[in-house]
Design a protein around this ligand. Structure first.
Ligand code: GDP
Length: 176
């Protein structure tokens, strides 16, 4: 089955987003404790695709062993996985583009992994601030990318962006 994976810095709102997408509140555990999701979790959606919850990256407490484990996970799961149709990389809409995210996006792009950017927690920003944040993110990526990847704007609190994401996935699934 086709797989769509979600990844991002710890605390970016990944568990909340996955709960919002799947419509279940107990599937992925939310936590304010960074770096909690360590394992790869698969959720079967509509009996025709898997939503894959990948471990969060980049919390300060990460030691050498954990960094190595993360790299092995990337190499072992993401790179070269035929079923992986798209990697959704989550970034916090409230923050300036973060080095760790930009580097990860760059690394995945160079490895040829099809990816999209998901800006999270947009309910926390006013409209003008959000527009500013989107513009800044896209301009920053444009410095390295000729063509920008797709962008999604989400709030798990308000269920914003849910239909857009699911529609995007369904559309790709139908074309497979
Ligand atoms: P994860 O570590 O990436 O899985 O992040 P979580 O989903 O556990 O969320 C981290 C924190 O951000 C929690 O306190 C959530 O309640 C909060 N959060 C997540 N998504 C949203 C959102 O869309 N809007 C708001 N306002 N808060 C959010």
């Amino acid at each position: 089955l086709p797989e769509y994976a979600f990844i991002g810095r710890s605390n970016v709102g990944k568990s909340s987003l996955i709960n919002m997408l799947t419509g279940h509140t107990k599937l992925a555990m939310t936590s304010s404790k960074p770096g909690k999701t360590q394992l790869i979790n698969h959720f079967l959606i509509n009996k025709d695709w898997h939503l894959v919850d990948l471990p969060g990256y980049g919390y300060a407490a990460r030691n050498k062993e954990q960094r190595l484990a993360f790299r092995r996970m990337i190499e072992g799961y993401i790179l070269g996985r035929k079923q992986l149709i798209n990697l959704f990389i989550l970034v916090d809409s409230r923050l300036e583009p973060q080095k760790i995210d930009l580097e990860f996006i760059q690394q995945m792009g160079e490895a040829g992994v099809p990816l999209s950017i998901v800006m999270t927690k947009i309910d926390k920003l006013s409209r003008p601030k959000l527009q500013e944040s989107i513009k800044r993110y896209q301009e920053t990526l444009s410095e390295e990318w000729d063509e920008l990847p797709p962008f999604f704007y989400t709030s798990s609190e308000k269920a914003t962006g849910r239909e857009e994401l699911l529609q995007y996935i369904e559309t790709i699934n139908h074309s497979l």
